[in-house]
Design a protein around this ligand. Structure first.
Ligand code: PMV
Length: 353
């Protein structure tokens, strides 16, 4: 058989940055995070499985991925991690063809949509996974084993998603691996139809690949930033609830303020890491200044930055033209992608290859 799945990327509003040290192998996060599922940026993945021994034939963006390449290692490691709960997964050989409809550069993250599309396609392809195919909770927990942010790309209703941390990393608990694994998953809190006027703009200000991979950077932040624990506690106990309330009330000015603060908080945590992790560039700062200028007489837009220099900007439809003209002045319209909230991972009848 052959199965194809599509999974969107997602943009975090309240960020994930750090794994629970007791369950690092399971990528259990230290805090819950919130995101928007992005309509027009996605990965499409076709999987063909035959009885075998876990051999992988992998093509990404029309390029053959060799065993020595890091993308191959990531997929291999992912299958190995899934196999600890579902050993049958290594009793097949796989042909995997995957394509992103966006550049795999910094800011246009691909690991979230990539691992989400892969696990969704695997679940459709393997008969042993039959019960999991439409079980977003279990599938999102499995996507997490590939990349933390992939957890949030699974819930099929998409929209505004929460990824539950499951465990408080500051408490010592006696819990089995499988129970720990199952307690951290994602779900939709508000579907895209809740707020169709919300506009999401991806902006590309730099081309370079991330200098410091988020995986390594997170660990250093936990180990060296003395403010890390306070940040986790504040966002877990206060900020997440405030963001959910602002979303529920469709209060854009409040939501925008919280989004910008949460982004600043992440980059403050990164800067306070030793050695410091610096993702924002001069161009990123220019964007922050431009948005602050736009917001002088009432909040019209918000920015957020992940592990790279590229911002994602939010506004509501009635202010889109004004926001776009301000962004276009800094970077040209060819570097802007306008989109909105969309659905989550799903199956597709047309196969790749
Ligand atoms: O799951 P990763 O390794 O792609 O880490 C994602 C980290 C951030 O993008 C910076 C924040 C987030 O929550 O997506």
């Amino acid at each position: 058989m052959t199965t194809t799945a599509i999974a969107p990327t997602n943009i975090a509003i309240v960020k994930y940055w750090g794994k629970n040290p007791a369950f690092e192998n399971l990528l259990l996060p230290t805090k819950s995070s919130l995101s928007f599922t992005v309509k027009d940026l996605y990965t499409k993945t076709t999987v063909t499985a035959k009885k075998g021994s876990g051999q992988i034939d992998f093509t990404l963006n029309k390029k053959k991925i060799l065993q020595s390449m890091k993308e191959y290692e990531y997929v291999e490691e992912f299958l190995r991690k899934v196999s600890q709960f579902f050993p049958f997964i290594l009793k097949y050989d796989y042909k995997i063809i995957s394509e992103n409809n966006f550049p795999t550069a910094a800011g246009f993250a691909s690991s979230a949509s990539g691992f989400a599309a892969l696990i969704k396609a695997l679940a459709g392809e393997l008969k042993e996974f039959e019960n999991l195919r439409s079980d977003d909770r279990q599938l999102s927990a499995l996507a997490r084993l590939g990349s933390g942010s992939a957890t949030r790309s699974i819930p099929s209703k998409g929209g505004f998603v929460i990824w539950h941390r499951g465990l408080d990393y500051t408490e010592k608990v006696k819990i089995s691996q499988i129970d720990a694994h199952n307690c951290s998953y994602a779900e939709t809190l508000f579907e895209p139809s809740h707020w169709p006027e919300l506009v999401i703009i991806y902006a590309k200000v730099g081309k370079e690949e991330k200098k410091i991979k988020s995986r390594a950077g997170m660990r250093t932040s936990i180990d060296t930033n003395p403010l890390y624990g306070g940040w986790v506690k504040y966002e877990e106990e206060e900020m997440n609830n405030q963001v959910i309330e602002a979303m529920k009330a469709k209060n854009f000015p409040k939501l925008a303020e919280l989004i910008m603060k949460a982004s600043n908080n992440l980059h403050q945590i990164c800067l306070g890491t030793y050695p410091p992790i610096i993702y924002l560039t001069q161009k990123s700062m220019e964007i922050i200044d431009a948005i602050s200028e736009l917001n002088k007489n009432g909040i019209k837009a918000a920015y957020t930055f992940d592990a790279g220099p590229n911002p994602v900007i939010f506004c509501i439809a009635k202010n889109k033209d004004e926001v776009m003209s301000s962004l276009t002045k800094i970077m040209g319209s060819e570097n802007l992608v306008v989109t909105s909230m969309g659905p989550g991972a799903r199956y597709e009848s047309k196969n790749l290859g």
